[in-house]
Design a protein around this ligand. Sequence first.
Ligand code: KG4
Ligand code: ZN
Length: 327
Amino acid sequence: MKILGIETSCDETAAAVVEDGKTVLSNEIASQIDIHARYGGIVPEVASRQHTLSIIPIVTTAMQKANVGWQDITAVAVTHGPGLAGSLLTGVNVAKAVSFARNLPLIGVNHLEGHMYANWLTGKEPEFPLLCLIVSGGHSDIVLMRGHGSYTLLGRTRDDAAGEAFDKAARLLELGYPGGPAIQKAAEQGKDTLKLPRTWLKGSDDFSFSGIKTLLIRLTQEGKTENKPDAAASFQSAVIDVLVGKTIAAAERHGVKQIIMCGGVAANKVLRNTLVEKSPLPVLIPPMILCTDNAAMIAACGYYRFKAGYVSDLSLDVIPGLKLPVS
Ligand code: KG4
Ligand code: ZN
């Protein structure tokens, strides 16, 4: 079964063809990073205009690289939330047009669920029950997954998401955009000299990253972050220690078989290595290109939703604040 995935929730225009929910036949991504870099962040209006320019070439290339025609495609899966309304609209409308014109089933996919399903594209089948750490620009969630589509939210951020914290810290330290990769790169030359406090929020699986950001602002005003590699390494260690420590603690408490991780921040090399080193349980992490926004993960998730009987109709709408369907 070959599913065409479409993803336009934020600043990446992406299309992919995935076979049987696990084999990536193509995975095309048009990044808008260079366009938004000059503003130091994503400008929603600019993002939606770029999506309309890129989407048709990206879908066409994804089909060509997968070496498939419309007759080979079983269904179209598309992100319909959460994300920027104007951005989501491009992908959803293109998916609807394809579904209508080619008489293909349409599957609306939750972007966060999509991130989780990047783990099904690793060549290994994740085993239930499992614990998933979602760390993206907008979310830091610890989710217990007992089966396909079965989610229990154990913890979430009470303020900034992990990716948002990386982006804000990078802006403060004037390291450039996007912040996550910029902090990672600067940190490679530095050491954890500032020993920032770790926000454990004992007794809860929630996270909080705004305190460390405020502290970094104060230290910068006091001139204590002039060694930028050290400041970046200190910030990165403080965030990663908490992400890894709390994820492992929750996994052990719930007796899961393994830990999986996803979302843009899961592309961070130090986070990946630390989680694998410290976890007593098996850890699965998608390759970096499948951690940041992509359409292969949407197609993979769409496959499992389709198999479970979920099909959308042409009334499918964008839901910018769509939540993970948790119990
Ligand atoms: O999942 P994603 O691509 O988009 C959202 O759904 O939000 O995540 C984007 C976030 C950004 O905050 C970006 O700075 C962060 O992921 N990110 C990283 C790295 N690569 C991307 N954070 C830390 N280290 C990285 N290498
Ligand atoms: Zn994302």
